[in-house]
Ligand binder design. Structure first.
Ligand code: CO
Ligand code: CO
Length: 329
């Protein structure tokens, strides 16, 4: 009999984490014009491709709704649960809100994976919910040939202080609150079984403090960096805001081992798709390896801010819209 510890969860996934998202262009085609009608209370909907939907319920109180789930990004069930939960909660933080309740979304291959492992996944999610001060109460599970886990999260925010995708202005610096590189490191982990503790720590870290710091700094535009990579999410932000984003490639932070892993060929398919998607709107003076790293599909990445917060590197600036929506130099 196979023991739980010998099971490599990533081998049950066809893709990896946020890298298994539906590609950005394909998703936009799918949802085009599918906008709910006549909702006066809707503050943020599908239009700008923001992180969570926001509705005004009373006075200046906005309720945020978001859901995120994906296949195993790491072999350890508990860590996968923590990462998926931190990632799901992140969309609330990326809107400037705080999570108030979350429910689990679980797909589990009952015939091939022991139920104790599912329990470990849920325990990881619960621990991160506890850390966030967000009750995790119930949810929904199905028998699924491929394991999937995540959460639907409800949050609240000040309706006047939402961190939006479409509010970046020319002249504002661009900051990033977590280093990039978990896409290539997860890809390598899946291929070789090597464990990258610093990548796990980064993915399981909440964006709560970064969100509060952004609000304290008076920042109005933010998003989190996930499956579409830095370039994909920055492109969405600059496009929605009607500005051009200029990235200083040398200022972008990476996790240790990311560059070597790219050089060794560990690149998630999602990263290349991200780069292909933004390329028509991109003007770059760096090579393709650098661009693939900048487009690396992240799982539970940091916040991308139009403005500065203590401790987060400035990686570029927004400028008036030029020929390209994205410039990398
Ligand atoms: Co997001
Ligand atoms: Co999301």
């Amino acid at each position: 009999m196979t023991t739980a510890s010998a099971l490599r969860l990533t081998q049950f996934a066809h893709g990896g984490g946020c890298a298994c998202k539906i590609p950005p262009g394909e998703l936009e085609d799918m949802v085009r014009d599918l906008v709910g009608e006549g909702s006066e209370s809707l503050l943020v909907g599908l239009d700008a491709g923001d992180d969570a939907a926001a509705v005004r319920i009373e006075g200046d109180i906005a309720v945020l709704a978001t859901a995120d789930f994906f296949t195993p990004v790491v072999d350890d069930a508990y860590d996968w649960g923590r990462i998926a939960a931190a990632n799901a909660l992140s969309d609330v933080y990326a809107m400037g809100g705080r999570p108030v309740v979350a429910v689990n979304l679980l797909g589990w291959p009952r015939d091939t994976l022991p139920v104790e492992l599912a329990r470990e996944v849920l325990r990881g999610g619960l621990d991160i919910g506890r850390e966030a001060g967000c009750p995790v109460a119930g949810g929904h599970s199905i028998d699924d040939p491929e394991p999937k886990y995540g959460m639907a999260v409800t949050g609240v925010a000040d309706a006047r202080r939402l961190l939006r995708n479409d509010a970046a202005r020319a002249g504002q610096p661009i900051s990033l609150t977590k280093p990039l590189g978990v896409g290539v490191l997860n890809n390598r982990h899946k291929a070789t079984g090597e464990v990258f503790e610093h990548a796990i720590a980064s993915m399981a870290a909440l964006n709560a403090a970064a969100s509060r710091a952004a609000l304290d700094a008076g920042i109005e535009a933010a998003t989190d960096v996930t499956g579409f990579g830095l370039l994909g999410h920055l492109y969405k932000m600059a496009r929605a805001s009607g500005v051009t984003a200029v990235v200083d490639a040398a200022a972008v932070p990476y996790l240790e081992g990311a560059r070597e892993s790219l050089a060794a060929g560990f690149v998630p398919g999602g990263s290349r798709r991200n780069l292909d998607w933004v390329r028509p709107s991109l003007s770059a003076s760096v090579d393709d390896d650098e661009l693939v790293l900048l487009a690396d599909a992240q799982t539970s990445g940091g916040l991308l801010l139009a403005g500065e917060v203590p401790g987060a590197p400035v990686i570029g600036e927004f400028v008036p819209r030029g020929d390209a929506v994205l410039v990398v130099r």
